[in-house]
Write a protein that binds this ligand. Structure first.
Ligand SMILES: Nc1nc2c(ncn2[C@@H]2O[C@H](COP(=O)(O)OP(=O)(O)OP(=O)(O)O)[C@@H](O)[C@H]2O)c(=O)[nH]1
Ligand SMILES: [Mg+2]
Ligand SMILES: [Zn+2]
Length: 291
């Protein structure tokens, strides 16, 4: 029996694929994890034991640096939130929710605006660049700005996240310079992706770092975030939140609110503030339903 360390690169139907110094080992997780309610995640550093060097078991999970619930991954350093500028139409609210979840996990955040070949309208990218994010406009179809994306990925452990059909797998294939990930299509009628990627998968980058392709999603819960922390997850509100008239200002409808003033004079984008208010309401309602 051989004991090894490795990293979970994929989990399917109770099997975990662990990359080790002797190659990828297909593992079952020990029952103890299930009893503890602990689920091994893609990105987990683990100890495995193997008899035949092909199959084995996950014996222990090393302490996590962080974990995300949606997409479910561990130990990442960065999220690249991907939206399509067109087809499917970008939904800033979903994007801002995703960004807030990454801020909550204290990840570095980059935003990728893909499918620029389908439209000339890149105003949305400017909104996020002004808010303080690394924003990159790409086209996987035309191989545009893939080098810029690569520069953001170097030496990071990056999870690609975003709605189905925005082009996550297509971009990753461009980055890897081969068709590693399966890509799907977008329905003409509904403009929805077809959920082509079914499982998260971690891949090592040839130039340093790791990337994780994940299945697309559009709705998820953020009710673990305390309401009073929410404005801190909108980074450009920073520097405006301290001088409101009320110490406990929610920055929604209060008088003499510096955040709302900054929205009015254009320092903070209305789009982002709109998302903040919607998210505030959503989390508040979710918390009320818990009791
Ligand atoms: N025109 C255009 N189409 C693109 C671009 N990137 C991806 N696509 C197309 O968009 C469709 C969906 O791409 P995928 O890479 O499968 O999208 P995904 O985000 O991985 O989707 P899920 O795996 O379902 O979450 C495919 O038909 C791609 O060819 C792009 O830059 N421009
Ligand atoms: Mg995909
Ligand atoms: Zn305020």
């Amino acid at each position: 029996m051989k004991s090894l360390e490795g990293i979970i690169i994929k989990g399917i139907g109770g099997f975990y694929y662990v990359d080790t110094e002797i190659g990828i080992i297909e593992c079952r997780a020990r029952g103890i994890f299930r009893k503890k309610g602990m689920n091994p995640l893609v990105g987990d550093r683990v100890e495995v034991s193997t008899e035949d060097e092909i199959t084995g078991s996950v014996d222990a999970i090393k302490p996590r640096k962080n974990e995300l619930i949606r997409p479910a991954v561990a130990n990442v350093t960065q999220m690249v939130a991907v939206v399509a500028l067109e087809s499917p139409r970008p939904n800033p609210y979903v994007l801002d929710k995703l960004i807030a979840s990454a801020e909550f996990a204290k990840l570095r955040i980059s935003v990728c605006f893909n499918k620029s070949d389908l439209t000339d309208d890149t105003k949305l990218a400017e909104v996020y660049a002004s808010a303080g994010f690394d924003a990159v406009v790409t086209s996987a179809a035309d191989n545009l700005n893939i080098d810029k994306l690569k520069a953001l990925l170097k030496d990071e452990v990056t999870v690609f996240a975003g709605n189905s059909g925005v082009g996550k797998s297509s971009l990753l294939n461009r980055i890897m310079e081969r068709d590693l990930f399966e890509t799907g299509t977008v329905s003409n009628r509904t403009e929805r992706g077809r959920h082509t990627t079914r499982h998260s998968e971690l891949v090592q980058l040839p130039f340093g770092g790791y990337i994780i392709d994940t299945p697309g999603f559009s709705s998820f819960e953020l009710d673990m975030i305390p309401l009073e922390m929410l404005s801190g997850l909108f980074r450009e509100f920073d520097g405006h939140t301290n001088d409101c008239r009320f110490l406990d200002c929610r920055h929604i409808s209060e008088p003499d609110c510096r955040v709302r003033e900054a929205v009015l004079n254009g320092e903070i984008s209305e789009l982002r503030h709109e998302s903040y208010k919607m998210l505030y309401d959503e989390i508040k309602k979710a918390k009320q339903n818990q009791f």
